[in-house]
Design a protein around this ligand. Sequence first.
Ligand code: MRU
Length: 349
Amino acid sequence: MRVGGRDTHAAWWSDDGVHYLDQRTIPATVTVGVARTVEDVAQAIEDMAVRGAPLIGVVAAYGLALAARRGDDLEVAFQRLLRTRPTAINLLRGLEAVRAVAPDPARMLEAARAHDRAEVAAAEAIGEHGLALLRCGSRVMTHCNAGWLAVQDWGTALAPIYRAARAGLAPFVYVSETRPRLQGARLTAWELGQEGIDHALIADGAAAHLLQRGQVDLVITGADRIARNGDAANKVGTYAKALAAKAHGIPFYIAAPLTTVDRATPTGADIPIEERSPDELLSAEGLDEAGEVRRVRLAPAGTPALNPAFDVTPHALITALITEVGVVPATGEGIAEAFQRAAGSPEAI
Ligand code: MRU
């Protein structure tokens, strides 16, 4: 995708380490971070300089390859990287892909690159399959950021929208701001702006109102982990949108690669939900009128706060899953069918 008209990736390998666009500074500035050690990679993921389920899997995969090149203890490195964020299963997928060919550093780097390419290919295919769900001028609501910053080059929820824009279908996107870290306001609005796609930012609390008023044709979000029965964990606030969409007869889709499906997790109740620091709720960062980044307190000092980072949308509220092998029901049968299709394809994961 393009930044200032130039093709850019969200993360990439080079001889001096793992490079990434630092997602904490966008949209104020676009800066490139470099992780040269496993600890650098782990901190970039924990601090959400790098975020989004497929991207953290890709970056962790490069991190393990980095560990091999440096001669680090690979099991210690694997566990350190795995501990960074508990909900997104793609993290484990990326690490496993690289560990499978350990300990040869060259083979591990090639496995990380292959994992990266496979996630990009899956995202591109999600875009093609999801395109069939859009019409000219479709009004799509999304939540958080499931665009190319979260998955190299295409994204998941945004991939059909990018496809539709290129096909001249002029989609319109409602971007919910995504408290507390504002991935919608900061990242999705920025991505869509860079691509020239019409959009409007909405407060998270405005979503049900717009769905009730018939201003939205469909909702598409990403996911961090999909259980075997089709229940899907995604950024907190997704579940509320799915409930409201169901109440008003609006289709609600989850777009995700099969690397996000965890068949070892039976239901959404079994998905670990990351709890992040209350500080993310109690203060906020933004640009002042002089363009300087400022952090300000939002709540009275000492206010107790809870900050679950994800929630689980039960499969009964999900119209279908948009995967790289097609649009399938969000059920155990639909997921089994998707894996069968993937096994039959030469690009199968
Ligand atoms: O906490 P984040 O910003 O990493 O959460 C990201 C999301 O919830 C995304 O919707 C999800 O990872 C899918 S990304 C294609």
